[in-house]
Design a protein around this ligand. Structure first.
Ligand SMILES: [Zn+2]
Length: 223
């Protein structure tokens, strides 16, 4: 593994790691999640957490916590039918798409990337996003693997970089940004086994995506 430095760790109550970390620290869950998402050990050892997988200072435990959130936030979470809302099927979609999951340093701010069939998560995912935000990233990258690349440039004033590629054209394109925002929206609206603060943070993140990641604004925000 390349050498990179863990940044200052944000307040774990705010990011949800103090809530979800202990929940994910459960051997059966870890074994299941590890194989279900194709974690590649060589990318998760040497400081990324393989030897210390319940330590929420480290990337691996932080992604396990977000996977717990992704899997158990619907009221009837075992009901994964596509006809239900996104809170139910997102976990199934992520599981279906991601078969090779890697952790890398990135440049410090980079979040994630899907490339030639695998997903790379960078330090920005583990340390700049909360647990719901990391679940958003997993779903976003899964949508890329599912065959939806970004098809537009970011709009004027976008926090993601005005005029740069990486946006989706419209909400109806049903691309990676839409999937991520939809998940956060449902987590805000009906997320269970979580806190009001984390749900509110998901609403704010979803609105940030809605306002900045579509070439044509969807025309709504989440009130
Ligand atoms: Zn993307």
């Amino acid at each position: 593994m390349a050498t990179c430095t863990v940044p200052t760790i944000p307040d774990k109550t705010v990011t949800g790691d103090s809530l979800y970390g202990p929940r994910a620290c459960w051997q059966e869950f870890i074994d299941w999640a590890w194989y279900a998402h194709g974690f590649q050990q060589t990318y998760w050892d040497d400081g990324f957490g393989y030897e210390d997988c319940c330590n929420t200072d480290l990337p691996l435990a932080r992604i396990f916590g977000s996977m717990w959130l992704l899997n158990y936030s619907a009221d009837d979470y075992w009901n994964e039918d596509w006809s239900n809302n996104c809170l139910h099927w997102a976990r199934r979609y992520v599981r279906d798409q991601i078969n090779d999951l890697r952790s890398l340093c990135g440049d410090g701010t980079a979040i994630a990337r899907s490339v030639s069939g695998h997903v790379e998560l960078y330090l920005g995912c583990f340390y700049s996003k909360d647990c719901a935000g990391r679940a958003e990233t997993l779903l976003h990258e899964s949508r890329h693997l599912g065959g939806k690349p970004h098809d537009a440039n970011f709009p004027a004033g976008s926090v993601f970089g005005e005029g740069k590629s990486g946006a989706d054209s419209t909400w109806d394109y049903e691309g990676a940004w839409m999937y991520g925002a939809l998940y956060l929206w449902w987590f805000y609206a009906d997320g269970r086994r979580t806190t009001t603060a984390l749900r509110e943070a998901a609403r704010q993140r979803a609105n940030l995506v809605i306002d900045n990641a579509f070439a044509t604004h969807p025309g709504f925000t989440i009130a």
